[in-house]
Design a protein around this ligand. Sequence first.
Ligand code: ZN
Length: 283
Amino acid sequence: MEVGEGVTSVKPGDRVSGAPLVPCMKCDDCQNGNFSLCRHYSFIGSRQQGSNADYVVIPEQNAVVFDKSISYEQGAMFEPSTVALHGLFQNDYRGGEYTAVLGGGTIGMFTMQWAKIFGAKKVVVFDISEERLELAKRLGADEAINTTEEGFKEKAMALTEGKGFSYVFETAGQVPTMQMAFELAANKASVCFIGTPHVDLSFTSSMWENMNRKEFKLTGSWMSYSSPFPGKEWKLTAHYFATGQLKFDPGFVYKMPMSQAQEAFQLFKTPGLVKGKILLVNE
Ligand SMILES: [Zn+2]
């Protein structure tokens, strides 16, 4: 690693994770610290060349230094962790409450772990895959519920003394989980949609009416940045990975060598073939 002239916060030999967003820093949203909402941004890895290369140049402020005890594989997991944590902040998360995490993918696993770190009374993860549910339990979920099983909603409500969940995080972006969020929410709950939908969704009027009757608050979450840039999402990820309270599990990712990057991208063309992320590793 090399640093440019005038760079003071990182030095050669440091381990860093790269925050990919390059906001304009000038628009109203940026001035207000809402960098995720900037419309004049660049992005390392989409709008400009990314790190599927031997070397990548990133701005000093995008380099998040992490402790040597944290592996490079964990370093690659900073971004999903920060996306999860941003969702908790969007939802004004506080501990001591029943919390539902809908979807047991990488973002869901991190959302569950952050809820535990912040003192949830009970965190329940919902997914359709037994494998993901077992992983969730292994990483500290209090309960894991398979939504393909009959009566799962009753089972979930029973875990909350019949009251529902005060915090609901939708992390899958799927129609059934989005509908489920409305049904599992407690009165006065806070519901946050982190998952990005890719198909049109429809609600029955009675399903939608849950929001009226329960007076729950619904919010969205986008990316993972706050002020000072890149934000506490990134600083806290470095901190809790170092303490060991935030865990990375090899089950989060499917590993492939960098030389097979082309094949890795092809795999995503078959829906459902790869569940989660592919981590390209240097041989
Ligand atoms: Zn901006």
